[in-house]
Design a protein around this ligand. Structure first.
Ligand code: 13P
Ligand code: SF4
Length: 325
């Protein structure tokens, strides 16, 4: 019974992969996927990466007519801002982000007005409206280096992630003013369960995303964006790793690092051993096929807003290239 079910599922998946590949060609579409997507979506994508890589790739895509961004809404919106001449689709328009939601543009604008004379730095996990209020956008892959490259006496507002902001403050010795936002997934990791895992796997390195709160960052062996954690796992001689970020990254880690063991760090209130972003996991292979077929749902950004939101993204891309990150 199980075997039969498994075979049917495999055949169904093969059909879906074929359909998706056929539609990509027919429609001149490129599929981009974030590391937090389901493994099968990552496997069928033309490009897989962290937020920084996806923004970089989108900024350089010339030929494609359609981009399907398998990630959350702000990622599709960033791709659209960088490629206004292309149709940008997301498999599920409800794939939001709790961190982006924690920073409504009107409230952020008031915060900026109350603290005039500050350079405004925003994490890419924000709406286009927030980006339009921003001087420099950053991702977890370049935030520390970009902040560090600014003059020491430059006053900075950093939003919306208080954990990433706090991490940069402690690494650079700055006192950036922080917006009080957070990601519900990265705030969910259980320090007690991680400490238990460290006892069980005493040789394991603990890999931590900077969106995690300080108590988890303090016991980390490595802190970095998904791409940084992946690279570390690939290059390290170590054989075991505890991974404190969304569980989608484990797919690439296991694929690229045969013979190494990756243990997902568990969340607080769950019987499940790993930590999923429910928004990221709204995207499925069926929805990816349907959105290619129907050319919908589409991300629409007003031209004027896109022009304002693009400036700080371009600034990030330029600074990031100069800094080599
Ligand atoms: P990355 O910058 O590592 O891609 O992270 C994006 C994100 O949404 C983390 O929760
Ligand atoms: Fe947003 Fe957190 Fe999901 Fe990343 S993991 S997309 S920050 S809710």
């Amino acid at each position: 019974m199980n075997v039969e079910k498994g075979c049917c599922q495999t055949a169904a998946n093969e059909n879906l992969v074929e359909e998706i590949n056929r539609l990509k060609k027919e429609k001149n579409a490129v599929v981009m996927a974030h590391y937090y997507q389901q493994g099968e979506i990552q496997d069928v994508a033309d490009y897989v990466g962290d937020s920084l890589a996806l923004a970089r790739i989108a900024s350089r895509l010339d030929d494609a007519r359609i981009i399907v961004l398998c990630g959350v809404h702000f990622m599709g919106e960033t791709a659209k801002i960088l490629c206004m001449d292309k149709k940008v689709l997301v498999p599920d328009l409800n794939a939001g982000c709790s961190l982006a939601d924690s920073c409504p543009a009107d409230d952020f604008k008031r915060f900026i007005e109350e603290h005039s004379g500050h350079t405004v730095i925003s994490y890419v996990n924000t709406t286009a409206e927030v980006k339009a209020l921003t001087d420099i956008v950053v991702t977890s892959g370049n935030a520390r280096q970009i902040v560090d490259s600014l003059p020491r006496d430059e006053k900075i507002i950093f939003g919306p992630d208080r954990n990433l902001g706090n991490y940069i403050n402690s690494e650079t010795g700055r006192e950036m003013l922080l917006w009080n936002g957070a990601c519900h997934v990265h705030e969910q990791f259980s320090i007690d369960k991680i400490v238990e895992l460290k006892k069980q796997y005493p040789h394991a390195k603990l890999l931590v995303h900077p969106e995690c709160p300080a108590p988890i960052r303090i016991i980390a062996d490595v802190i970095g964006s998904t791409a940084v954690l992946l690279k570390y796992a690939e290059e390290s001689d170590n054989k075991e790793f505890i991974v404190a970020t969304e569980s989608g990254i484990l797919h690439q880690m296991r694929n690229r690092c045969k013979g190494k063991t990756f243990i997902p760090a568990p969340p607080n209130d769950s019987t499940c051993a790993c930590n999923d972003c429910s928004f990221m996991k709204l995207n499925t292979m069926e929805k990816l096929r349907d959105c290619l077929r129907d050319e919908s749902p589409e991300i629409i950004v007003d031209e004027e807003l896109a022009t304002k939101a693009r400036r700080p993204i371009d600034r990030m891309l330029e600074m990031s290239s100069k800094l080599g990150v």
